[in-house]
Write a protein that binds this ligand. Sequence first.
Ligand SMILES: Nc1ncnc2c1ncn2[C@@H]1O[C@H](COP(=O)(O)OP(=O)(O)OP(=O)(O)O)[C@@H](O)[C@H]1O
Ligand SMILES: [Mg+2]
Length: 253
Amino acid sequence: MEILRTEHLEKVYGSGETAVRALQDVNLVLQKGEFAAVVGASGSGKSTLLNCIGGLDLPTAGKVWIDGEDLFAMKEKRRTVFRRQKIGFIFQSFHLIPELNVEQNILFPVLLDYRRPDRERLEELLEVLGLQDRRYHLPGQLSGGQQQRAAIGRALIMRPALVLADEPTGNLDSRNSREVMELLLSASRHYRQTVLMITHNGNLAAAADRVFQVTDGVLRQLGETYPARDGGLADGSETYGAPEADGIGGGAQ
Ligand SMILES: Nc1ncnc2c1ncn2[C@@H]1O[C@H](COP(=O)(O)OP(=O)(O)OP(=O)(O)O)[C@@H](O)[C@H]1O
Ligand SMILES: [Mg+2]
């Protein structure tokens, strides 16, 4: 089942002599549960790609379908709600709200949607993320790894079909990077969430089902192991509970 499709995606910043073609004819399809990594030099267009796919930036041309819906055919208001429900964003700089504690930050998208927080879901995430004893801490009272885990909790609380991560381990040491990677792998493998992750780390990219490289705005695939899922990081993939336990990704959708 197709979760993401882009067709002839283009992004040009500026115009005339200073125009930058940040994306050129990007055609990308990701299936449910696939884990894809995006690598490429600085300035090659990786973040632009993620931001256009996530509707944070407007492409100059082309289309994006998320879970069968044409993202840019929607009115902006609808797109905002759709994005919140279908897409989880994780950024290199965690973008937590400094005045809210860990629990409130994780629940933020739920509250924005005027939904009643699912306490069971919250407890489960806090446990998986190892943040149970930090739930009332403010972001400023957390380590970088803990802040990133809280940001992942916020990205996963709505059980989004698609998780977009822009260098999620960019500010973390190797141990925390590995933990974050395992959380994302678990989201894909156990809960069949589709993950698209930008990274500069070759080891992390190698654990993905597919690796794409962006060069001057052009995307191409480097290798394909999917659906043979033996490229895992560690054998700790059972750590986060059984898929039928309605965990991180909410099981079959
Ligand atoms: N708002 C903007 N206005 C003009 N040019 C931009 C804008 N955002 C990005 N660019 C340009 O588009 C190109 C792609 O930028 P992008 O941020 O996607 O690169 P990246 O691959 O994510 O790089 P990095 O690895 O450094 O994060 C770059 O040449 C950049 O200068
Ligand atoms: Mg970037």
